[in-house]
Design a protein around this ligand. Structure first.
Ligand code: C2G
Length: 130
């Protein structure tokens, strides 16, 4: 059994999010997803997400390609999460390229290219300007 772990905010869920989750799941037999908390977003992006963590978690948990979800409370707890869920691989989009290489002593760290031309930020802008 190969377990893959990935992390993200997944706010205003879109096809770029779905693509990386499918790609991550295809690398193993079990996909565990850490959904970053509202507080962590406030800390890393200076704003709270449009959807609260409970709803974001519920959306990710409802996907066929996802086996387990949890709330990611801190960027610094990656090693703990990898161990807790027995992850064999850590997957992230390449906007994070190199950022989590320090965990490669625990498991391989793989960065997939981001899906072009879509992001939560650009969607929020389009909605705001309509
Ligand atoms: N993503 C993607 N293509 C896009 C947009 C996002 O592949 N067009 C990927 C990102 O690279 C990331 C995942 O989707 O791997 C989730 O993206 P975000 O919701 O923006 O996550 P982020 O806020 O970067 O949180 O510990 C890491 C963080 O919690 C990641």
């Amino acid at each position: 059994m190969t377990t893959v772990i990935t992390f993200g905010t997944f706010d205003v869920f879109h096809v770029g999010h779905l693509n990386i989750l499918h790609r991550a799941r295809a690398l193993g037999d079990r996909l565990v997803v850490g959904v970053s908390s509202d507080a962590l977003n406030q800390q890393k992006k200076g704003r709270t997400p449009i959807y609260g963590q409970r709803d974001r978690l519920a959306i990710i948990a409802g996907l066929k390609c996802v086996d387990e979800v949890f709330i990611e409370e801190s960027l610094d707890l990656k090693a703990d999460y990898i161990r807790r869920f027995n992850a064999d691989m850590l997957v992230m989009g390449d906007d994070w390229a190199g950022r989590f290489d320090s965990f490669s002593f625990l498991c391989p760290v793989i960065y997939f290219p981001r899906t072009p031309s879509i992001s939560t930020t650009s969607l929020i802008e389009v909605i705001r300007n309509d």
